[in-house]
Every structure is written in structure tokens, then in C-alpha cells.
Design a protein around this ligand. Structure first.
Ligand code: G3I
Length: 320
């Protein structure tokens, strides 16, 4: 038994984790990551992003994400793909280029055609557009927005739909669960794509939460349902729940309740298909380097010991 097999038994499609090839030389890590009862889905943490995968015009670096895809296949796990049009981790040729509407649209279309084309038929879903929103619900002033206005969003989804009609096309963002204005912005994005007659199938809620500040189950369910009402499936795509260091028994117990809250919210929404952890061990969590003083966000310690939150989620699912 493991989190994936328990989640599937409770009616869901997958419980997964972010992973990267620089984790592949860690045998203790792999002993857990390779267990498909634990994790039924992989997403590459970085290597499918634009900068790593197309560092220079029409130069593609597929070796690292291919290795993640191959491991998922060898283990019988699903594969989530992340991400195509995103303002961050862009190569300098895109970030610092001089663009017109037509030239930037062509560059986006070329990127999507080549990257999605390479993985055609392999990805359960693609995060087509990532983090387009400011917290106040307006669109981020990225190179894409500056040049193409809102058009870059339906344009990206249309390009994606042409390349791989077998994968689910997602919009993915953070703080949608906690800031209503931002969720309002995401609703507008979905409506914009739908009004253009272009497919959008899913909404990824990144779920980068903080211990004791995780939204309630009712609030999470209400937010997810705003999007299932629009005809989409939903997922918690990058779940971790960070806390102040050092941790203590009280904070670890609160973290357990917070993780169970998120898992319960997905269970309560029929069109919530799955959950992906943004790494399962504190050893490789992005949190401490980005937010000094915070950490211990994952379900396993840096020494690969299951935390109280792991046990709480497993017990909750076993009883579900
Ligand atoms: O690979 C280079 C290495 O060659 C270089 O020596 C080193 C020096 O800085 O950097 C390495 O790249 C780092 C990369 O992670 C791989 O480790 C980047 O600096 C670092 O910025 C990058 O951080 C990633 C971050 O996205 C970038 O925005 C995190 O690992 C990754 O967890 C994080 O993931 C994002 C999701 O994609 C989108 N949602 C938010 C989430 C957390 O920020």
C-alpha cells in the first residue's frame, strides 16, 4: 500500500510527485520514488521548462525530461508535463528578444509544436500556460503579455490542441486557493480560451501552502467547484505545506491536519482527478532556498522517514 494505491482505491486517478534527473543518483530516494503504489505520477520539476528545454532558437534538450518519462514508463507510472508558456525560466533569446506580435506568436508556436510533439501521446496533461496572473487578478506584465496582450493565452492553447489532441490542456497557478481576486482572474482566463473556441480541460491549483494558513476544506472545495462548473477537471498540482524552522510536535500535528484537509478537499470534488507533491522529501524541496527560515514542507524528512503528515494522510485515505 502507498499513497497512490490508497488514492486510487478512494476513486481518484493519481497521487504523484515532482522528480528530476539530478535525483536519480540517490538510491534511498529512488527506493520510494520507484514504488508506483506510493506515486502513480511523475512530473519533471524543471527540465521541461522553456529555458532548459529550448535554450537557444530551435535547439532542444530532451535528454533529461526523456529520462524522467522513461522512468515513469518503466515503473508503470503516469506522466504530467510542465510547462510551455511561462514568464519564468525563459531562455535569454525569448526574455531579451525584440518582438512583434507575429514573431513572438511564431516563436511560441514553434516551441509548443516541437516540445509537445516530442512527447505526443506520453503526457496525461500539459500545463500549457503557467502563472499568467498577478495576485490582484490582472495579467502579469510578461514578455508575452507586453507583445500579444491577452491573445497569447488562447494562442498557446490553440497551438497545443493542434499538436496533441490526446493530452489534457491545463492552466496552472498558485494562490488561487487563497486570493479570491486571483481566482476571479483564472475564471476570466478559462472564459477567454473557451470564448475563442479553443479547448482547455483542466485547472491546476499549485497548493504551495503554509502550516496553519492552509485554507479550510470548505473553502478549497468552493474554489475548485468554480472551475468544475466551467466544465474543467481540477488537480492540486504542486502540493507542499511549509513551516517555520525549527519544527516541533505542535507544528507537525498542524501540518498533518493541513495535508489531510487538502486531500479531503480533492476527495470531495468528483472532478478533482489527483494530487502531485512538489517533491516528497525535504531533502529536495525548493522551499528553504527560496524562503530562508521556512522548510519541512514535505511528507518525508530529508532522511526519508515518513512524517506524521504522511501517516495522517494514509490513515485518512484508508478510512475513506
Ligand atoms: O540547473 C542549474 C545549475 O546548472 C546552476 O548551477 C544552478 C545555480 O543557480 O541553478 C540550477 O538551476 C536551478 C533550477 O531550479 C534547478 O535546480 C535554478 O537556479 C532555480 O531557480 C530553479 O528553481 C526552480 C524554480 O521552479 C524556478 O522558478 C525550482 O527547482 C522548482 O521547484 C520551481 O518550481 C516552480 C514550478 O515550476 C512552478 N510553480 C512554482 C514552483 C516553485 O517555485
Amino acid at each position: 500500500q502507498g499513497l497512490h494505491s490508497l488514492f486510487v482505491a478512494a476513486g481518484k486517478v493519481y497521487f504523484g510527485t515532482a522528480i528530476e534527473t539530478n535525483n536519480f543518483n540517490d538510491s534511498a530516494y529512488l527506493a520510494i520514488a520507484n514504488n508506483k503504489n506510493e506515486f502513480g505520477m511523475y512530473v519533471p520539476e524543471n527540465s521541461q521548462k522553456w529555458g532548459p528545454i529550448q535554450p537557444a532558437p530551435r535547439q532542444f534538450a530532451f535528454a533529461s525530461p526523456d529520462a524522467v518519462a522513461a522512468k515513469a514508463k518503466a515503473n508503470g507510472q503516469m506522466f504530467r508535463c510542465h510547462t510551455l508558456t511561462w514568464h519564468s525560466q525563459l531562455p535569454t533569446f525569448v526574455a531579451n528578444g525584440t518582438w512583434t506580435r507575429d514573431t513572438l506568436a511564431a516563436v511560441i508556436q514553434t516551441h509548443i509544436a516541437n516540445v509537445m510533439g516530442h512527447y505526443r501521446g506520453l503526457c496525461y496533461s500539459w500545463d500549457v500556460v503557467n502563472e499568467a496572473l498577478n495576485d490582484n487578478g490582472t495579467l502579469r506584465n510578461s514578455v508575452f503579455f507586453q507583445t500579444l496582450g491577452t491573445d497569447y493565452i488562447p494562442l498557446s492553447f490553440a497551438a497545443a490542441a493542434l499538436v496533441d489532441p490526446t493530452t489534457k490542456l491545463y492552466y496552472n497557478d498558485f494562490n488561487l486557493e487563497t486570493i479570491k481576486a486571483k481566482a476571479d482572474g483564472a475564471v476570466k482566463i478559462v472564459q477567454l480560451v473557451q470564448a475563442a473556441g479553443v479547448p482547455i480541460h483542466g485547472l491546476g491549483f499549485q497548493a504551495h501552502f503554509r502550516v496553519a494558513q492552509t485554507p479550510s476544506q470548505a473553502s478549497l472545495v468552493a474554489t475548485l467547484e468554480r472551475f468544475t462548473t466551467l466544465g474543467l477537471e481540477v488537480t492540486f498540482s504542486e502540493l507542499d505545506i511549509a513551516q517555520q524552522l525549527p519544527t516541533n510536535d505542535t507544528s507537525l500535528q498542524q501540518q498533518s491536519r493541513d495535508y489531510v484537509t487538502v486531500v479531503a478537499a480533492c476527495l470531495a470534488v468528483p472532478k478533482c482527478v489527483g494530487i502531485t507533491l512538489w517533491q516528497f522529501t525535504d531533502k529536495y524541496s525548493w522551499i528553504p532556498s527560496t524562503f530562508p527560515g521556512l522548510g519541512d514542507a514535505c511528507l518525508f524528512t530529508a532522511d526519508f522517514v515518513k512524517k506524521p503528515a504522511y501517516s495522517a494522510v494514509a490513515s485518512f485515505l484508508a478510512a475513506a
